[in-house]
Design a protein around this ligand. Structure first.
Ligand code: NDP
Length: 242
């Protein structure tokens, strides 16, 4: 199950996971994008199902989890990636509505996913791997807005707590600490303030932004048994940020 599969990192991860043989439930709000992606995956011989929904809604998330079980027989892995954030302005100039939206999508979204996915994995009894998308903003205060920094720290916290609670039952939970990546979210940030690109490039010791494909590679690794002794980790894919 991949949330935020309609663009950017989620779309790249869904394509790569499908190419590696995983059957994927694609979740996001833009139905047309998801249907096109599912067709694309199937044209290449992969398996994909669409579940249109909003991660802020527990009922929508539950429907996506049920789609995985009903269509493919089980839920073995999840990439809880849907998110939204802004770079500025300073917090005293921000609206409560922006705070609410960033907390809701990034934190409640992951919370809803964990609450619906873990019982299914426990009932299956064969473990599972969950990857949540945090950010370098989940490790330190980047140029991102304060609610986004808070939200991505919370995603890291939820990840560690869930990993500790379910490690004994074979469910691994990790977070990706993603650095600046060329996606619609980043394009919007650069459009609102062109200096964002320059600052992002300067922060990474590789002196560039990531391609979503590079993040997707880490998702595949964390979802697969190749990372079988990795859990509760915050894995940086950030070109060396500080
Ligand atoms: P995109 O804007 O390309 O993708 C965001 C995805 O999240 C879209 O598929 C969008 O789909 C989905 N989404 C947003 N809100 C909701 C919602 N309420 N319910 C369901 N789906 C939702 O950006 P990215 O690929 O960059 O973002 C993916 C993740 O990576 C986010 O969690 C982001 O915070 C994180 N990240 C990104 C970085 C970057 O530099 N790009 C850096 C660090 C972290 P739709 O609109 O169709 O619902």
């Amino acid at each position: 199950m991949v949330t935020g599969a309609s663009s950017g990192i989620g779309e790249a991860a869904a394509r790569l996971l499908a190419a590696e043989g995983a059957a994927i439930v694609l979740m996001a709000r833009r139905a047309d994008r998801l249907r096109e992606l599912a067709r694309n995956i199937e044209d290449k011989g992969g398996r994909a199902a669409v579940s249109v929904g909003d991660v802020r809604s527990a009922a929508d998330v539950e429907r996506a989890v049920s789609t995985a079980v009903d269509t493919f027989g089980s839920l073995d892995g999840a990439f809880n990636n849907a998110g939204w954030g802004t770079i500025g302005p300073p917090l005293h100039e921000m609206d409560d509505a922006d705070y609410d939206r960033m907390m809701d999508v990034n934190v409640r979204g992951v919370w809803n996913c964990l609450r619906k996915q873990i019982p299914v994995m426990l009932a299956q009894g064969s473990g599972g791997s969950i990857v949540n998308t945090s950010s370098t903003a989940g490790l330190f205060a980047t140029g991102a807005s304060a609610p986004y920094v808070a939200a991505k720290h919370a995603v890291a916290g939820l990840t560690k707590a869930a990993a500790a609670q379910y490690g004994g039952q074979g469910i691994r939970v990790n977070a990706l600490m993603v650095g600046s990546t060329r996606t619609e979210l980043m394009d919007a940030a650069i459009q609102s303030n062109p200096q964002v690109e320059e600052h992002s490039v300067a922060r990474a010791i590789q002196r560039r932004l990531a391609d979503p494909q590079e993040v997707a590679q880490a998702v595949v690794w964390l979802c697969s048994d190749r990372s079988s002794f990795v859990t509760g980790a915050t894995v940086p894919v950030d070109g060396g940020c500080s």
